[in-house]
Design a protein around this ligand. Structure first.
Ligand SMILES: Cc1cc2nc3c(=O)[nH]c(=O)nc-3n(C[C@H](O)[C@H](O)[C@H](O)COP(=O)(O)OP(=O)(O)OC[C@H]3O[C@@H](n4cnc5c(N)ncnc54)[C@H](O)[C@@H]3O)c2cc1C
Length: 400
């Protein structure tokens, strides 16, 4: 069997690595548009901006370098999928035939469509090249405007202000992180940014970018560097042109299989059913890229286990490691354990008497416990959970 994987990012790499172990007889080709071998993106908006070498983000570099069982073709773009002939046309070399095809082309940063968006000081942060370019620009006194108060915008704001830049974050929404965090939790992050010197303006529309400023509904904001952090869109062009069913992502089943049973989609590009949440989701997260990659490789090797994981995400801002467990469609109240200012604290999203989601600040151990609690779906002892003097590792043994 010949498996061709399009996209040599995190998810594609994990499909290749896992499949090679699970089915050594399979011929695996991994096609990547970038020049770099597979790497993880989270460090790009964190350690790499602070000076770390991009090589520290590489995924199993020795194995990919040795080419052990994986035909890795870098600097090569997939241009067209011919489902009839079961082959893919590439930017270099002849068409490549497949028995099974895996789409792992990830997501691309969105760009605001306003006059001036193409100016050289207007950047995005999606790949290693972007991160190195931004790092080279950061300096004390630089006037930085981040468009979008999402995770990438806020992480960049934190790194820029720490580098001595003057940072303003603008968002058209009324608050930060509206799609991903409860308002009270997002406010904790924004308050920390403000304390570090970052300025915020919400409910602000951008009308134009000039070489000196961002022109907005709140007036002109001087800018030497503009970072567009307004989210990403799944790279579904190849799938759509091939006639696969797409809806904000390539629609797949719980094994990653698209509407053509010989084609799979994995990572940021896949919209898949999550049996734990009872709905389809598309995730842009490190944990999903790796774990769905592993699950899809096992399915390709003949496995029967559906991909079913509680969504997880993390972000690092200043000295806070913020981890999220669960992705509740709704919650009716928030319970705090500890408070901002404590070394470690967290917020639990409740629906009735169940914990359905949790956001921890420097609380990795507690988040692990809460993942189990969310998955268990049993009524929670709120008094215990909210009391930071009680050890969560002993829950529910010690609960009343
Ligand atoms: C700056 C940044 C910070 C992040 N921080 C966090 C974090 O803190 N925590 C977290 O959980 N998640 C984070 N994420 C998200 C996480 O990195 C992604 O969810 C993950 O990388 C998705 O993996 P993927 O393999 O689907 O896509 P990618 O890793 O993006 O890989 C896709 C690859 O496909 C290639 N490609 C695209 N089109 C083609 C084509 N036609 N032919 C060949 N190759 C192609 C691309 O060049 C790319 O190399 C971050 C993402 C970014 C960009």
């Amino acid at each position: 069997m010949r498996v061709v994987i399009l996209g040599a990012g995190q998810a594609g790499a994990w499909v290749a690595l896992t499949l090679r172990e699970a089915a050594p007889e399979v011929q695996i080709t991994l096609i990547g548009a970038e020049a770099l071998p597979p790497y993880e993106r989270p460090p790009l908006s964190k350690a790499v901006l602070a000076g770390a070498d991009v090589s520290t983000a590489l995924i199993r570099p020795a194995e990919f370098q040795a080419g052990a069982g994986v035909d890795l073709r870098l600097g090569t773009r997939a241009l067209h999928i011919d489902r009839g002939a079961r082959c893919v046309h590439l930017s270099q070399g002849g068409p490549i035939a497949y028995d099974k095809l895996v789409l792992a082309t990830g997501s691309a940063p969105r760009r605001l469509q306003v006059p001036g968006a193409e100016l050289p000081h207007v950047r995005v942060l999606g790949d290693a090249e972007d991160a190195l370019d931004l790092r080279a620009r950061l300096r004390p006194g630089l006037r930085v405007v981040c468009l979008g108060a999402g995770f990438v915008g806020l992480e960049f704001a934190a790194m820029a202000v720490r580098a001595g830049a003057e940072v303003t974050v603008l968002d058209t929404a009324a608050r930060a992180l509206g799609r991903v965090l409860p308002a009270e939790v997002a406010e904790v992050l924004v308050a920390r940014h403000r304390a570090e010197g970052v300025r915020f303006a919400f409910n602000v529309g951008v009308t134009m970018i000039t070489p000196e400023a961002v022109r907005s509904t709140a007036g002109d904001i001087p800018a030497d560097l503009v970072l567009m952090g307004i989210g990403s869109r799944p790279r579904t062009e190849l799938a759509e042109a091939a006639g696969l069913v797409c809806d904000d992502g390539v629609m797949t089943d719980e094994f990653g299989r698209a509407s053509d049973p010989d084609i799979f989609a994995v990572g940021d590009i896949s919209r898949h059913p999550n049996p734990l949440l009872g709905r389809t989701i598309r995730l842009e997260s490190w944990a999903n890229a790796q774990n769905q990659g592993i699950a899809v490789a096992r399915a390709l090797a003949g496995g029967q286990e559906p991909y079913a994981e509680l969504p997880a995400f993390w972000t690092e801002q200043y000295d806070w490691m913020v981890q999220m467990a669960g992705l509740p469609a709704a919650h009716d109240r928030l319970i705090w354990r500890g408070m901002p200012g404590d070394r470690s604290f967290l917020a639990m999203q409740m629906l009735g008497d169940r914990v359905v989601g949790a956001i921890g600040f420097n609380a990795a151990r507690d988040i692990r416990v809460l993942r189990g609690l969310i998955l268990g779906g049993r009524p929670a002892d709120v008094a215990f959970l909210a009391d930071p003097t009680r050890n969560l590792l002993r829950y529910p043994k010690d609960a009343a």
